[in-house]
Design a protein around this ligand. Structure first.
Ligand SMILES: O=C(O)CCC(=O)C(=O)O
Ligand SMILES: [Fe+2]
Length: 281
């Protein structure tokens, strides 16, 4: 009977809808998922993948004292050049443990991850979190004053051979009231290269020549606009990505300039604010 068939079909539709709702509640909603996040982030797979990569150094880490030297370049936005942010041993260790993990670097365009050598030409490696690595995570948080609800993204090293580069971009990443990449440390682990500086076209050149130890001056500038920080083993360039109101700083647009000889190996340390999140150690 056609009427019976249509009522059975409706029952099936209603049953499927109820079952889907139950599955959604069990898997997709906050509170039941393993990490505590806001509702939109919990159901957004990309945001969830991001949250799963947030880490925090374990309690009772024994880190040896380390003497870095901070030079404040600007305060608005806060940009600093930090000498000896990592020691020679730490830099070499990070390069050693990356050895078997190099993979081609990618970029994101409209949510799609793909390779584009014209934008980013390098290799990257996810870093395992042994104690030495966690001590570096801890140092990065300590320099920033241990901000609340703030974590470190799993560390990545990056290797640039000749012609390797990263075109101008922001590190802002996803910005919302609940989550954003608040700051960047670009650490130089190996700098046996020419070229490869980190260029900020919108930062003005400073007046004091003392800065020429850390940035390209006069002849080395080669018409490149703005300020180019020199890759020096163990040093880091640090900057904040957002102002107090949560707006991305336009001045932080930057590039890894092409390496013209040798090899540059860097380390990205990104600090992430995630309201309400409790990270795994
Ligand atoms: O290699 C550099 O100097 C900059 C790298 C960078 O901006 C990045 O990895 O986001
Ligand atoms: Fe960057």
């Amino acid at each position: 009977m056609p009427q019976e068939t249509s009522s059975i079909r409706w029952r099936t539709v209603v049953e499927v809808a109820i079952i889907s709702l139950v599955i959604y509640i069990l898997i997709g909603t906050p509170g039941i998922s393993t990490s505590q996040t806001t509702q939109t982030e919990a159901v957004n797979p990309k945001a969830r993948a991001k949250v799963e990569n947030l880490v925090y150094p374990r309690e009772n880490l024994q880190c040896t004292h380390h003497g870095h030297q901070i030079h404040i370049f600007t305060t608005n936005p806060l940009v600093m050049y930090i000498e000896d942010f990592v020691s020679e041993d730490e830099a070499d260790h990070l390069v050693d443990i990356s050895a078997n993990n190099w993979q081609v670097s990618t970029v994101f365009n409209k949510g799609q991850e793909h390779r584009d050598d014209s934008i980013r030409k390098s290799e990257k490696a996810l870093v395992d979190r042994d104690d030495m690595v966690q001590c570096i995570e801890q140092r990065a948080l300590s320099i920033q004053g241990w901000p609340q609800e703030t974590f470190i993204e799993r560390l990545w090293t990056q290797r640039y051979n000749v012609s390797g580069h990263y075109a101008h971009h922001y590190d802002w990443a996803t910005a919302s009231k609940h989550s954003r990449r608040v700051s960047t440390f670009m650490v130089y682990l190996r700098a046996e290269c020419t070229g490869g500086g980190t260029n900020f076209p919108r930062l003005p050149m400073p007046h004091d020549e003392k800065w020429c130890a850390y940035i390209e001056c006069a002849a080395e500038r080669d018409g490149t606009p703005g300020v180019t920080f020199k890759p020096r083993k163990g040093a880091a360039v640090y900057w904040e990505n957002f102002d107090a109101s949560g707006r991305g700083y336009k001045e932080t647009i930057h590039a890894g300039l092409p390496v013209t000889s040798g090899v540059k190996i860097g380390l990205n340390i990104w600090t992430w604010f995630q309201a309400g999140h409790v990270a795994d150690e």
